[in-house]
Write a protein that binds this ligand. Structure first.
Ligand code: HSE
Length: 317
């Protein structure tokens, strides 16, 4: 007799999007932190959400406002299933950090529900559903964070409609030094400053940088990747949201980073380091010190490219 699946747990990692010139296109999965989402069937036909962990007090539990709740609502509608769900989210990725907090929850939720509802979604479909969750935080279903959170490694959103995504392994010795300033704004706010038009010379510069970043990955040249981590279109507009950013960038590069960029929509800042040559912690500390000199308190951490999300538990009965 086939047993019914009653509950499923999945995890999905923090991610860093853009990486300089790859706005809404590039993403990388990080080894830590990560979110854990446990979804259980309930008798009622409601979706209930509980949230614990990093920044959980800032996360709405109303299903229509919660990134995992939106994924669940859409998946239930598509599969035509009339089950109630309790979604328990354990946040490891702080909301509003620029490290793909909403993507970690929505991706883990999509992965868990795919098994719980036996939806048999392809990887692309999982990314599409998880991207719908991004609507709650960004106001647009951008797929750069969720692609990385599901596929792992470095990802490129080749096309959004239809969705076409590729994943590449980053070279050995790639490390990241990350600094998280104590600044609050939402991704929605950070998207309102994006220019609606781009002048051709800036377009050309960004294209060169983005191509350099991918060429650096292909040729395992971390220094070339670092030269590609420059964005003359979106970052200059977001700079005013992050006091001290320019000095932080300079401090990171002086301490040996190959490149420095705003992580996603910020406010965290990510530096690429060649771990065989540079101590990532020294880079992270240098960037933290630069923020503090600018009067902004900041935390720091180091990470590496990591795998995508996965199902960790399946309870049958
Ligand atoms: N690409 C998105 C942005 C990432 O920069 O707005 C948001 O995390």
């Amino acid at each position: 007799l086939k047993k019914e699946i009653l509950a499923v747990e999945a995890v999905a990692p923090a991610t860093s999007a853009n990486l300089g010139a790859g706005f809404d296109v590039f993403g990388v999965a990080l080894t830590s932190p990560r979110d854990r989402v446990y979804v259980e069937k309930m008798d009622s036909e409601r979706i209930e959400i509980s949230v614990e962990g990093e920044g959980s007090d800032l996360i709405p539990t109303k299903p229509d406002l919660n990134t995992a709740g939106i994924v669940a609502r859409e998946l239930l509608a598509t599969t035509g299933r009339n089950v109630g769900l309790h979604i328990d989210i354990r946040k490891g990725v702080g909301p509003g950090s620029g490290l793909g907090s909403s993507a970690a929850s929505s991706s883990a939720c999509a992965l868990a529900l795919n098994v719980l509802l036996q939806a048999r979604l392809s990887t692309k479909e999982l990314i599409e559903y998880a991207a719908l969750g991004e609507m709650a935080s960004a106001g647009t279903p951008h797929a750069d964070n969720v692609a990385a959170a599901i596929l792992g490694g470095f990802t490129v959103v080749v096309s959004r409609r239809p969705l076409d995504v590729v994943s590449l392994r980053m070279p050995p010795h790639v490390g990241f030094a990350i600094v998280l300033p104590d600044i609050t704004y939402t991704t929605k706010e950070a998207r309102t400053v994006i220019p609606r038009r781009v002048c051709l010379s800036k377009f050309v510069q960004n294209l060169g940088r983005a191509a350099a970043f991918v060429a650096g990955i292909a040729s395992e040249d971390i220094s070339l990747m670092g030269r590609g981590m420059m964005d003359v279109v979106v970052e200059p507009e977001r700079e005013r949201l992050i006091p001290g950013l320019n000095d932080v960038r300079k401090a990171g590069l002086r301490a040996g980073a190959a490149g420095v960029a705003i992580s996603g929509s910020g406010p965290s800042v990510i530096a690429l380091v060649d771990k065989s040559k540079v101590d990532g912690m020294q880079v992270a500390k240098a960037m933290r010190d630069a923020f503090e000199t600018a009067g902004v308190r900041a935390r720091y951490m180091c990470s590496e490219p990591g795998p995508g999300g996965r199902v960790t538990k399946c309870i049958t009965g």
